[in-house]
Design a protein around this ligand. Structure first.
Ligand SMILES: N[C@@H](CCC(=O)N[C@@H](CS)C(=O)NCC(=O)O)C(=O)O
Length: 197
């Protein structure tokens, strides 16, 4: 299986999730501006949408969209697999919320042409992080166990810290806790984002 990714981008969540699941994969780096892979291949032939992540399964099936990829990875590992329909629905709910309500505004806060639109998007992100912080009663987003939604939220919090946003309690401690997971440390090192211990 191949994960098409860009270091530090939202694809880091899929990378973390693959490590957590214990799956074997190859990473293919994509240069987003040119849409070329590290070997100079045209990435739009893999994902015509042109953005990372894309996960190509061993049978050639191409998965795109973080929420779908993170749900698929969760389904592959007994310890990540939702236990019943409602658990699966809750995972989709969390992945959709992060994708639509945090990830997308984040992208606008980075790249919107007008400063006021950037500021509005940044406020939207901070409001959504506060919503998550207010609702968090356990060590993980969906309760006591790690889920692939934690991988996605971790990357959003990493972006928040990189954007000098103060993380509302308890998200600061959550960020440290998730960041210390061996699968997360490994993904950061593999993407060249953290020194090896
Ligand atoms: N809807 C997509 C959005 C993915 C996305 O925004 N990827 C960014 C990196 S974090 C990207 O590759 N952007 C390049 C572009 O949109 O041209 C998903 O959830 O997977």
């Amino acid at each position: 299986m191949k994960l098409y990714m860009t270091p530090g981008a939202c694809s880091l969540s899929d990378h973390i999730a693959l490590n957590e699941a214990g799956l074997h994969y190859e990473m293919v780096r994509v240069d987003i501006p040119t849409r070329k892979t590290e070997k100079g291949e045209d990435f739009t032939k893999v994902n015509p949408k042109g953005y990372v992540p894309a996960l190509v399964l061993d049978d050639g099936t191409v998965l795109t969209e973080n929420a779908a990829i993170l749900l698929w990875i969760a389904e592959q590992a007994p310890h990540l697999k939702p236990k019943d329909v409602m658990a699966r629905v809750r995972l989709v709910e969390a992945l959709s919320f992060i994708g639509a309500e945090i990830h997308k505004p984040f992208i606008r806060s980075f790249f919107a042409p007008r400063e006021e639109d950037k500021a509005e998007a940044r406020n939207a992100v901070m409001g959504r992080l506060q919503t998550i912080a207010d609702a968090m009663k356990h060590d993980h987003l969906l309760g006591t166990a790690f889920s692939t939604a934690d991988a996605y939220l971790y990357v959003m919090l990493r972006w928040a810290k990189g954007s000098q946003m103060e993380l509302p309690a308890p998200l600061g401690a959550y960020f440290e806790r998730i960041g210390n997971r061996p699968a997360v440390r490994a993904a950061l090192q593999e993407e060249g984002l953290e020194e090896a211990a």
